[in-house]
Ligand binder design. Structure first.
Ligand SMILES: [Zn+2]
Length: 265
């Protein structure tokens, strides 16, 4: 039986097509996925379901990971000789990404970006509660210091956190965190209960939760200032782990900006 935090993935979405935030970059992952698979340890490696040999099927997976890193850094250095020297002194990412901790949603990979291009905060089900010092600190630094041009909140179908928040099972400490999602569920209970299919209902909550977290970002006074003063933009995305595609979500105006638009006295 699946743990409540491990959900299944189905099709179907109410989201619209996403537009790229940045121009596409050259692929940076052509070799690592099928390249280094062992550190020379005798081969008990086997192809995984992903179609390549996982480092975790070799005798010493940590050595295999380090070897993969050596290979990757050499490959990137050859392809982009100026990249690492430039990153040694500073970072100038244009994007702040709020995403889920899920291993299937690695932002730099799915956006086909390089190191230095996206500033990141990830947690279970990409929640941005107003009292979470970690995400708030990331938000402040990204907006005030890094001066990012875009903030993206990205939910994903198949999210275990969302599925868990749809159940009535008591899970312990994590229920404190999942309350963020259950609050969204409660606020949208009529719409959700009108969806007969359970998987479709969970997928809709993925979207509603993402929109709610976008609104949470939009209720930050620093964000409001940056949008007004320098045209920063905030986006809601949803990612489908079943096909690797991102879609842009429609984020309705909640007409609350005025309430959160704070000024010095
Ligand atoms: Zn998730």
């Amino acid at each position: 039986m699946l743990h409540p935090l491990q959900s299944k993935q189905k099709n179907g979405s109410a989201a619209s097509t996403a537009e790229p935030v940045l121009p596409p970059k050259p692929s940076t992952t052509s070799e690592p996925a099928s390249g280094i698979t062992s550190n020379g340890a005798s081969g008990n490696s086997t192809p995984s379901k992903r179609g390549h040999k996982s480092p975790f099927t070799v005798e010493d997976p940590i050595e295999a990971l380090l070897a993969r890193n050596q290979h990757w850094s050499s490959h990137i250095s050859q392809k982009y000789p100026e990249l690492f020297p430039s990153l040694a002194s500073t970072q100038k990412p244009q994007i702040l990404w709020f995403g889920c901790s899920d291993s299937r949603v690695p932002e730099t990979t799915i956006l086909n970006l390089l190191p230095g291009e996206v500033f990141v905060h990830r947690n279970i089900a990409n929640c941005l509660p107003p009292n979470d010092l970690s995400s708030l600190s990331v938000l402040q630094y990204a907006v005030e210091v890094l001066q990012v041009k875009h903030i993206i909140v990205c939910g994903h179908y198949g999210c275990g956190g969302i599925a868990a928040a749809c159940s009535q099972k008591r899970l312990g400490l994590i229920d404190v965190w999942l309350k963020n999602i259950r609050d969204v569920r409660a606020r949208n209970i009529k719409e959700l209960m009108a969806i007969d299919d359970e998987e479709a209902r969970i997928r809709r909550l993925v979207e509603l939760n993402t929109v709610a977290q976008v609104h949470s970002v939009l209720h930050n006074a620093n964000v409001i200032d940056a949008m007004r003063d320098r045209g920063m933009k905030v986006h809601g995305f949803v990612y489908d782990v079943a096909n690797g595609k991102i879609r842009r979500l429609e984020v309705p105006d909640d007409h609350a900006t005025e309430i959160f638009d704070l000024h010095d006295c």
